[in-house]
Design a protein around this ligand. Structure first.
Ligand SMILES: Cc1cc2nc3c(=O)[nH]c(=O)nc-3n(C[C@H](O)[C@H](O)[C@H](O)COP(=O)(O)OP(=O)(O)OC[C@H]3O[C@@H](n4cnc5c(N)ncnc54)[C@H](O)[C@@H]3O)c2cc1C
Length: 476
C-alpha cells in the first residue's frame, strides 16, 4: 500500500495509468493540487516506453495544425518545460532549427510554412535564402535551396524530464507502482476499481496516459474512440566527433505523415539522424532494421554528406502512438469519472506539462475534488547530464569536496562513481542498467559499455545488492 492509499482508507482520488512523460507530468500536477494519486506502469521504471526513445526536441509547435489542441498544448508546453528545465537543471541547448528545402516544390512550400507558424502563434520564424542557409550551415549538401529559421526549436535532455516529474509527484505524496500492468477497470460505487495482478486499486477518478496501450485501456471502460497504430521511428546516434558538422537542428519540410528525417545535435554532444516513419502492428517492435538504417544513411548523405563518414555509436527506435487522427485524442468522460489522454504522437515530450494542466482543468470541470490541500514541493535538482553543463568530473570544487566525483567509471561519457552512487540513493533509483544509463549516461558513449560495463555492474551490485545475473545489459 502506498502513502496515497493509506491517506484515504484505500480509496484514492486518481489513478494515472502510464508513467511515461505524460503520465508523470499529470501525476505531478494532480498530487501538487492535493489529489491522492497512484501512478501505475507495467514497466519497471518511469519513462521507459516511448518517452525514452525520441528525437529530444523541445518543439515550438510552428508546424502543428493551427487551431488544434496539439498546437495549443505544444506552444504552452514549450513555455512550461523550458522554465521547468531551467529550474530543475535539465539540459536544454538553444540551437534553433533550420528547416531546409531541397527542391523547387519544397522551396515553394516555405512561405506557407512561415504563414502556418504565424497561425500557430509563433512569430519568430524567418525565411532565409540559399546564401544564408549556406552561411549558417556550410556542411549542408549541395542541393540545399532555401530555408526557414525557427530559433525556438531546442534540444533537451529527454530522460531527466520524466524522472523529475515523477520524483516531484512522489515528493508530493503520490504512490508509484511499477511492474504493475492494469488488466481491467470496473466501475463501482462512487468510483472505479483498477485491476492489476497483485491488487485492486479503488479510485474516484482514472486518467489513462497509457501511450501505445491507451486504446486498450479505453476499451476496458467500454469506449471505442480510437485505435493506436504504432509508427516506428528508427534513429542513428553519431559519435561526438560529428557535432562539429552542424549548428542548428536541421529539419526537412514535413509531410502529412511525419515531421520527416532530421539531423539534430543532442544535449550529450552527439548527433541524431532520423526518425523513419513505419506503421506496424506489433506495439512492442522497437527493433532497428537494415532497411531503416540504409534509408537513414541515404537521407543523411543528402542533408549532411560528411555525417555518414562519421562513426555511429548506437541505433534505436521509438514507437509513436499514431491514431490516424491529426490531433491528440484527449477526452473527458465525467459520467465514467475518466479522462483519456491518447494519440500523443510526436510532440508529447514538449507538451507534457501543458497536457497535465489541461487534464487538471478537465477534471475540475467534471466536478473532481481532491481530499488533500495543495502541496508545495521543491522542483528536484537533476544531475547535470548535458555537455553544456558543468559535469561533476569537470568540477574541481565538487571533486575536492567529494573525491568520488573524480573517480572515473565510464570514460567515454565521463561519468564518475559518485554520480552512480547518487543515482542509487535518489528517491527513484534505477532498477537496472538501462535505468542507470538514463540517470547518469554511464555506458552511453562510444564503447556502449564494452569497457566499463563490468565495473558498472560491480558498483551497482555493491550499492544495491542487485543480482549480477539479472543485470544483463539491454539495448536502449
Ligand atoms: C521517434 C520519435 C521521435 C519523437 N520526437 C519527439 C521530439 O523531438 N519532441 C517531442 O516533444 N516529442 C517527440 N516524440 C513524441 C514523444 O516521445 C511522445 O509523445 C511521448 O513520449 C509520449 O509519452 P506518453 O507518456 O504518452 O507515452 P509512453 O512514454 O509510451 O508512456 C506510456 C506508458 O504507459 C504504460 N502502459 C501502457 N499500457 C499499460 C497498462 N495496461 N498498464 C500499465 N501501464 C501501461 C507503458 O508501459 C508506458 O510506460 C517522439 C516520438 C518518437 C517515437
Amino acid at each position: 500500500m502506498t502513502v496515497a492509499e493509506r491517506a484515504t482508507d484505500g480509496m484514492v482520488d486518481v489513478v494515472v495509468v502510464g508513467a511515461g512523460v505524460v503520465g508523470c507530468a499529470i501525476a505531478r500536477r494532480l498530487a501538487g493540487d492535493g489529489a491522492r494519486v497512484v501512478l501505475v506502469d507495467r514497466a519497471g521504471d518511469v519513462g521507459a516506453g516511448t518517452s525514452k526513445a525520441n528525437t529530444a526536441i523541445l518543439h515550438t509547435g510552428f508546424d502543428t495544425v493551427p487551431g488544434s489542441l496539439e498546437s495549443q498544448l505544444v506552444a504552452r508546453g514549450h513555455e512550461l518545460l523550458s522554465a521547468y528545465a531551467a529550474e530543475a537543471g535539465i539540459a536544454v541547448d538553444r540551437t534553433g532549427a533550420l528547416l531546409v528545402a531541397w527542391d523547387d516544390e519544397q522551396e515553394a512550400a516555405l512561405p506557407g510554412l512561415a504563414a502556418k507558424a504565424e497561425a500557430n502563434g509563433y512569430t519568430e520564424a524567418v525565411l532565409v535564402d540559399a546564401a544564408e542557409v549556406r552561411r549558417r550551415e556550410p556542411h549542408l549538401g549541395p542541393a540545399a535551396r532555401a530555408g526557414l529559421l525557427v530559433p525556438g526549436e531546442w534540444a533537451i535532455d529527454p530522460w531527466s524530464v520524466s524522472l523529475a516529474f515523477a520524483t516531484e509527484a512522489v515528493a508530493a505524496g503520490a504512490g508509484l507502482r511499477l511492474d504493475t500492468p492494469v488488466t481491467g477497470v470496473v466501475p463501482g460505487g462512487d468510483g472505479l476499481e483498477v485491476c492489476t495482478p497483485d491488487a485492486v486499486i479503488r479510485t474516484r477518478w482514472l486518467v489513462n496516459a497509457a501511450g501505445l496501450g491507451a486504446d486498450l485501456v479505453d476499451r476496458m471502460l467500454g469506449r471505442d474512440d480510437f485505435t493506436v497504430v504504432p509508427r516506428r521511428g528508427q534513429l542513428l546516434v553519431f559519435d561526438k566527433a560529428a557535432r562539429r558538422l552542424l549548428t542548428h537542428i536541421l529539419l526537412p519540410v514535413p509531410t502529412e505523415r511525419s515531421k520527416g528525417v532530421l539531423v539534430s545535435p543532442t544535449t550529450w554532444g552527439n548527433v541524431l539522424l532520423g526518425p523513419t516513419a513505419e506503421d506496424l502492428e506489433d506495439r512492442t517492435d522497437t527493433a532497428t532494421t537494415a532497411d531503416g538504417t540504409a534509408d537513414l544513411l541515404a537521407a543523411g548523405r543528402r542533408i549532411l554528406p560528411l555525417l555518414v563518414d562519421e562513426e555511429v555509436t548506437a541505433a534505436y527506435a521509438g514507437l509513436r502512438a499514431a491514431t490516424g487522427r491529426r490531433d491528440y485524442c484527449i477526452r473527458s468522460h465525467p459520467d465514467l469519472h475518466y479522462v483519456t489522454v491518447g494519440g500523443i504522437r510526436s510532440t508529447g515530450l514538449t507538451a507534457s506539462p501543458a497536457i497535465a494542466e489541461h487534464v487538471a482543468g478537465l477534471l475540475a470541470e467534471a466536478g473532481a475534488q481532491w481530499s488533500g490541500d495543495p502541496v508545495a514541493t521543491a522542483v528536484p535538482s537533476m544531475p547535470p547530464l548535458g555537455e553544456s553543463q558543468l559535469r561533476p568530473m569537470r568540477d574541481p570544487v565538487r571533486i575536492a569536496a567529494d573525491p568520488e566525483y573524480g573517480r572515473a567509471l565510464c570514460h567515454c561519457e565521463q561519468v564518475s562513481r559518485g554520480e552512480v552512487r547518487d543515482a542509487c540513493a535518489a528517491p527513484l533509483p534505477p532498477g537496472g542498467l538501462e535505468g542507470l544509463r538514463r540517470r547518469t549516461r554511464a555506458m552511453n558513449g562510444r564503447c556502449q559499455g564494452f569497457y566499463c560495463g563490468a565495473e558498472v555492474v560491480a558498483l551497482l551490485v555493491e550499492l544495491t545488492g542487485a543480482d549480477p545475473a539479472a543485470l544483463t545489459a539491454v539495448p536502449r
